[in-house]
Design a protein around this ligand. Structure first.
Ligand SMILES: Nc1ncnc2c1ncn2[C@@H]1O[C@H](COP(=O)(O)OP(=O)(O)OP(=O)(O)O)[C@@H](O)[C@H]1O
Ligand SMILES: [Mg+2]
Length: 251
C-alpha cells in the first residue's frame, strides 16, 4: 500500500509545491518509487520538474477522458513520476461542484495506480475548495507547510477544522503526519518565535528538520529540476533529504 500524502495550506506561497517536489525527489533518490500529482491549475509542480501543462493531465482524468496511468510521465529523476496539471483544471472546479460524488474523483483515480508506487504526493492550490477537498479525501496523510513568517499561524485553525470535517464525513483514515516549517531565517527573531509557538502547540507532530530560506530552492524550478539535481550540496537539498528520511521513519 502506497503512502498517500497531500500538501495543504490555503495560504499561498508557503512552500507546498517546493516541499512536495523536493521531498518526492529525495524519496525517489532513496529508492522509493514516487508519484507526484499536480492538483493545482497553476501547474507549478509540473513545470518545477520539467513537465508541461499544455498537454494531457489530471483534468482529463477528472473528466473521465483518460485513465490516470495514461497521463503519468517520467521525470529527470529515476523513480520519480509526474501526473501533470493542466490549465483547464481550473474549469474542473465548476464542473465538479455539480456532481454528487464531487469529492471522490481524485481518490478513485489514485486507487487505480496506488499499487505501483511507494509514495504518492499530491500538491494542492492555495484554497480549501473542491480540489483540496479531493486531495484530502484521496490521501491518508496530510503535511501542512508553514512559512516562518508573520501571520504563519493565522488560518491554521481553519485547516485543522477542515481536516476534522473530512475525517468525520468522508475519510476517517486521514491523519496529520506533520507540520513542516519552511523558509526559516535564523537571523530574525520572528522566525524563531514562529518555531517556538508551533512546536509548543504541536509537539512532535512538527518535523524536526526546519527548512531554511535558501535561494537555490527558488532557482531550481526554473531549470525544471528538483534542488538535489540543481545543486546537490546546498542546504536546501540537504534539508529536504532530512525531511524525507524523517517521513520514512514516521509511520
Ligand atoms: N525554503 C525556501 N527558500 C527560498 N525560497 C523558497 C523556499 N521555499 C519556497 N520558496 C519560494 O517561495 C515561493 C513560494 O513557494 P511555493 O511555490 O513552494 O509555495 P506554495 O505554497 O506552493 O504556493 P501556492 O500557494 O501559490 O501554490 C516560490 O517562488 C519558491 O521558489
Ligand atoms: Mg504551489
Amino acid at each position: 500500500m502506497a503512502r498517500i500524502i497531500v500538501f495543504v495550506n490555503q495560504k499561498g506561497g508557503v512552500g507546498k509545491t517546493t516541499s512536495a517536489i523536493n521531498i518526492g525527489a529525495a524519496l525517489a533518490m532513496l529508492g522509493k518509487k514516487t508519484l507526484l500529482i499536480d492538483f493545482d491549475p497553476q501547474g507549478n509542480m509540473t513545470s518545477g520538474v520539467g513537465g508541461s501543462s499544455s498537454g494531457k493531465g489530471v483534468y482529463q482524468v477528472i473528466s473521465g477522458l483518460r485513465e490516470l496511468k495514461d497521463v503519468i510521465i517520467p521525470t529527470q529523476v529515476r523513480n520519480l513520476f509526474l501526473a501533470p496539471s493542466s490549465i483547464d483544471l481550473s474549469g474542473a472546479t465548476i464542473e465538479l461542484v455539480e456532481k454528487e460524488n464531487r469529492n471522490d474523483f481524485l481518490k478513485n483515480a489514485v486507487a487505480t495506480v496506488e499499487a505501483d508506487y511507494d509514495f504518492i504526493l499530491i500538491d494542492c492550490p492555495p484554497s480549501l475548495g473542491i480540489l483540496t477537498l479531493n486531495g484530502l479525501n484521496a490521501a491518508r496523510e496530510v503535511i501542512i507547510p508553514l512559512q516562518c513568517e508573520y501571520f504563519a499561524l493565522e488560518g491554521l485553525s481553519l485547516i485543522l477544522q477542515t481536516i476534522g470535517l473530512v475525517q468525520k464525513s468522508m475519510n476517517s483514515s486521514l491523519r496529520i503526519s506533520g507540520i513542516l516549517l519552511t523558509m526559516f531565517d535564523g537571523r530574525t527573531r520572528l522566525s524563531q518565535e514562529v518555531v517556538r509557538q508551533v512546536t509548543e502547540y504541536f509537539g512532535d507532530r512538527v518535523f524536526k528538520t526546519i527548512v531554511p530560506r535558501n535561494v537555490r530552492l527558488s532557482e531550481a524550478p526554473s531549470h525544471g529540476l528538483p534542488v538535489m539535481q540543481y545543486d546537490p550540496t546546498c542546504i536546501g537539498a540537504r534539508s529536504y533529504e532530512a525531511v524525507a528520511e524523517e517521513l520514512i521513519n514516521r509511520v
